[in-house]
Ligand binder design. Structure first.
Ligand code: FES
Length: 125
């Protein structure tokens, strides 16, 4: 397994860890018992955990201590699980966070003047 510390004074030897299997967005991966979801994904070179709900830009781990909520994933049917805090389990099914449907079109007036200009532009005068 690449991206792993082979022998750590606190965490122990990599060879002593039990290998577990999980799926992420339908693909099967391996992690180690004691991993968080985030560390297991990082060990598999996965950096993108979700996309921004509105812009669809990729998001990943930011604080890695449970404060920023940038690492939200879906585990089974439960959305909004913080990958950096949640221990991974064997056969866990994880899905990345997806963009949400937006109630408005992309171009919205930023000022009242923009709004009036949009309205006048729609009039056939
Ligand atoms: S990376 Fe900040 S809460 Fe998980």
């Amino acid at each position: 397994m690449k991206n792993r510390i082979i022998d750590h004074p606190v965490l122990g030897k990599l060879s002593e860890k039990k290998v577990i299997t999980f799926t992420y967005d339908g693909e099967e991966y391996q992690g180690l018992e004691g991993d968080t979801i985030a560390s297991a994904l990082l060990a598999n070179d996965i950096r993108k955990l979700r996309v921004h709900e509105a812009s669809s830009r990729p998001r990943g781990i930011y604080c890695n201590i449970g404060h920023c909520f940038e690492c939200r994933v879906t585990v089974g049917t439960q959305e909004g699980i913080r990958a950096c805090l949640t221990p991974i389990k064997n056969n866990m099914s994880i899905e990345s966070g997806k963009a949400q449907p937006q109630p408005f079109e992309d171009k919205q007036p930023r000022t009242y003047a923009d709004f009036i200009e949009d309205q006048v532009g729609d009039l056939d005068v």
